[in-house]
Ligand binder design. Structure first.
Ligand code: ZN
Length: 405
């Protein structure tokens, strides 16, 4: 090919991009390979950046209508009766007869049969709440309550008092411990003023007592890892951190994400007879290979899926494989009690739908996909696993469960 022809071909190739900017696009610039475009510009051709001609919307205002046409299978009610292992019933929902009636209506609408109130209720509050529940013919087998551990003032004598309280709460009818809050590790102080480490050996008598009393320990450690990162435009949780700046953990005031995870894992390993349920999938739903390794290394852990649906639903194939492999060690739980949000969970677990909305934009700016779990796995995640590890749950009347184990 002659040089002239080559020049003509090259010119033809470049005409569209030149024409585009000449038709009224914003200013352009070139970047070197690997260099990002400057702020306000996007790559329109290799190494060529351009600004939009119109002012760019903010991320709270950009709500494109999807033109994708695919089958849609909304799931208002779970396919099998579910146990919500991570319930936070608000206000009077479990403390008065009228509240319980309302809770029953809300749970019926989404096919949650049992809610665990994971509000760490202890002592007189616990016995009062349990009495209200026991007095309701409709709800007496549909709510169970977790007790808590008061981590304030750990020091000499603390463990004996904490164990005595656990024994009393278990005798009163608490079926587990939790939710142990993220403050444990992040900010709780010992009697001597130092930070209470999650793996502090002074706590071991409590974990031993949990094992002896048949109480699973439901624990929330740390938070999404991005909460430790700078609030810049590369942060996946920029919007959440901009809405709730108090959620950011600055390195001068808090232990790092990895420090907390290392302490948590050391505590779990040192107490192999205690069953630990990691709330929010241990905040590793965005790194299922890491979580798989933990599941293999620590047979005494299970994970709960509350408030991390955005991570499960954005990796439908990887999540499907993880849920199949660890189907005996995953529990359904929701966290904040908003009945209208549960159907998003059912749809992710039960369907193979593509590209549907999530319920909370500030958690995730992306769409969800169904992970299409088979019925026998849904049953395990919805109720069988919870029944197995939590002897205090009502064991009768579940499909495929004989009630005697
Ligand atoms: Zn919670």
């Amino acid at each position: 090919m002659s040089r002239i022809w080559l020049a003509v071909v090259m010119a033809a190739l470049f005409i569209p991009s030149l024409a585009a900017s000449q038709r009224g696009g914003g200013p352009t610039t070139e970047v070197r390979p690997g260099e990002p475009c400057p702020p306000g510009m996007t790559e329109v051709r290799p190494h060529r950046c351009q600004a939009p001609a119109l002012p760019a919307p903010s991320i709270v205002d950009y709500r494109p209508r999807s033109t994708l046409i695919v089958p849609e299978h909304p799931v208002p009610k779970a396919k099998f009766p579910a146990i919500d292992y991570h319930g936070h019933p608000r206000g009077n929902l479990v403390t008065t007869a009228e509240g319980l009636e309302q809770l029953g209506d809300d749970l019926d609408a989404i096919n949650v049969r049992v809610m665990i109130a994971a509000n760490s209720v202890s002592g007189d509050n616990l016995t009062r709440t349990l009495a209200v529940i026991a007095a309701s013919p409709r709800m007496k087998d549909r709510v169970r309550v977790f007790t808590g551990v008061d981590f304030g003032g750990v020091g000499p004598g603390w463990a004996d008092r904490a164990v005595a309280r656990l024994e009393a709460d278990a005798a009163a009818g608490a079926v587990g411990i939790g939710e142990i809050s993220k403050q444990f590790g992040l900010s709780t102080r010992k009697a001597d003023g130092s930070r209470l480490r999650i793996d502090d050996p002074e706590l071991d008598p409590v974990w031993h007592a949990a094992a002896r009393l048949g109480l699973p320990v439901f624990i929330h450690t740390a938070d999404p890892q991005e909460f430790w990162q700078p609030i810049d435009y590369g942060n996946e949780r920029w919007l959440e951190l901009a809405l709730f700046p108090g959620r950011r953990y600055t390195p001068d005031s808090f232990p790092s994400f990895e420090e907390l995870m290392a302490e948590r894992d050391a505590m779990i390993r040192r107490n192999p007879r205690t069953t630990f349920v990691l709330a929010h999938m241990g905040w590793h739903a965005n790194d299922l290979p890491r979580l798989a390794k933990m599941m293999d290394d620590m047979p005494n852990i299970l994970v709960e899926v509350g408030a991390v649906l955005y991570d499960i639903g954005r990796q439908p194939r990887t999540a499907h494989d993880f849920f199949m492999r660890y189907q005996d060690r995953i529990l359904f739980g929701k966290d904040a009690f908003q009945p209208e949000e549960y159907p998003y969970y059912w749809r992710v677990f039960e369907t193979r739908d593509d590209y549907f909305d999530y319920y909370r934009d500030y958690h995730a700016f992306w769409k969800l996909y169904g992970i299409d779990l088979p019925d026998e796995v849904l049953r395990k995640i919805y109720y069988l696993n919870a029944l197995r590890i939590t002897p205090g749950l009502p064991q009768a009347g579940w499909p495929g469960h004989d009630g005697n184990d």
